[in-house]
Design a protein around this ligand. Structure first.
Ligand SMILES: Cc1cc2nc3c(=O)[nH]c(=O)nc-3n(C[C@H](O)[C@H](O)[C@H](O)COP(=O)(O)OP(=O)(O)OC[C@H]3O[C@@H](n4cnc5c(N)ncnc54)[C@H](O)[C@@H]3O)c2cc1C
Length: 359
């Protein structure tokens, strides 16, 4: 059986490692961060994502760490309800919690933390460890995220472009505010468009909130300090609905993140020689789609099954790309449509749009 290296232990890398472990394939996973150095945001997971997770993890662990959402409620920034929709099997969980659950099934000897894998300058597709030695696997699965260095080295002509929307994401512990929220997804929209604030309850004490802003109209300093992020939030959302002002005033900002969003102008091939890309490394998806995690899980599922069929690598990778690219193109198109809606004044937006891309 082939020896496999996996580069990156985010959701995609860990999910494929779980599939490889389940099918007793020979693999090792390399991750540049420290084991406990987890920062990040949270995800909406549609039903399909949970189905793929159910094949590799114990779902009771998942259910302890997040919540199913009942309704999506769309508000104006002053708090007037604009639309409501029931949500069926849409789950919310923090990235950290999902990563911890996925990492539990990987034996310690099969994962190396603090190991950055770099592309070799002289030979495309060859990968080396920080001590200068080369990875000696038969194939490498690259899951190093949307700004993948390995992808950029192999596909030197690719063009990444800044998306017109950026986000600030924060997860806070606040039992009092959490007790005031039901398990609904609340999203507030400014009447001029290009500015929203979303609130999701993760547990009886934890809340995830995020804002989305049009980067041509709202500017946040590149100095990513908690004070600077707080100032941006207070300046732009301080006079919104009272629920939002109480959330932003009672939040701490040490763990708040600014997400500068980028996308590929055109998708690259999903493989090169014995190197294959999954998750954001293959196809960065803008946050509007809410499909990044589910797509990563599906990539892992499809690729593992094709590897198990035992065909030669070019055939396996070609089939993988054929199956996955078509669906990803749909999410990219839906994501761009959701972005265009977001940029419009509220009275020109479609009323019943869910903040998620369905194929
Ligand atoms: C603001 C925001 C909101 C989002 N909301 C949602 C949502 O609601 N629903 C949803 O499904 N998705 C959402 N997404 C997308 C989702 O986060 C990703 O699609 C998903 O996490 C898959 O990521 P990944 O594992 O492919 O990459 P990443 O999470 O970026 O993981 C890459 C890993 O590789 C490691 N790494 C990088 N380079 C190297 C190297 N050279 N060597 C070794 N290791 C390396 C990194 O340290 C990291 O751990 C959102 C994303 C953002 C930014």
């Amino acid at each position: 059986m082939k020896k496999i290296s996996v580069v990156g232990a985010g959701i995609s890398g860990l999910s494929i490692a779980n599939y490889l472990e389940k099918h007793q394939l020979d693999y090792h996973i390399y991750e540049r961060r420290k084991q406990d150095d987890l920062t990040g945001h949270g995800f909406l997971l549609p039903k399909e994502g949970i189905e793929y997770l159910s094949q590799i993890i114990d779902l009771s662990l998942l259910y302890k760490q997040g919540k199913f959402l009942k309704k999506y409620i769309r508000y104006s920034h002053t708090g007037k309800i604009l639309a409501e929709k029931d949500l069926h099997d849409v789950f919310v969980i923090s990235r950290n919690s999902l990563i911890k659950i996925l990492a539990q099934n990987i034996p310690a000897e099969k994962i190396s933390y603090e190991e950055t894998i770099s592309p070799c300058n002289l030979q495309k597709g060859k990968l080396k460890k920080h001590d200068g030695t080369y990875l000696d696997s038969d194939l490498a699965i690259i899951s190093d995220g949307s700004r993948s260095r390995i992808r950029r080295k192999i596909f030197e002509d690719e063009k990444m472009k800044a998306v017109l929307e950026n986000e600030v994401v924060n997860i806070i512990e606040n039992e009092e505010i959490a007790s005031r929220l039901e398990n609904n997804f609340l999203k507030f929209h400014h009447e001029n468009g290009g500015l929203t604030f979303g609130v999701l309850k993760l547990s009886s004490t934890k809340i995830l909130w995020y804002c989305q802003f049009d980067i041509t109209r709202f500017f946040i300093n590149d100095d990513y300090t908690p004070d600077c992020i707080k100032q941006f939030i207070v300046d732009n959302f301080g006079d919104w609905n009272p629920l939002i002002s109480s959330i932003i005033n009672d939040s701490t900002y040490e763990n708040a993140h600014i997400w500068r969003v980028y996308e590929l102008e055109k998708l690259n091939p999903f493989y090169y020689e014995n190197v294959v890309f999954i998750g954001d490394a293959a196809h960065p998806l803008i946050p509007f789609t809410s499909q990044g995690v589910t797509s990563a899980l599906k990539d892992s599922y499809v690729l593992t099954n094709l590897l198990l069929e035992g065909n030669n690598l070019p055939e396996t990778f070609q089939k993988y790309e054929e199956v996955r690219k078509a669906e990803i193109e749909i999410h990219i198109k839906n994501g761009r449509a959701l972005l265009n809606q977001f940029l419009l004044p509220l009275n020109e937006q479609q009323k019943n749009t869910l903040p998620i891309s369905y194929k």
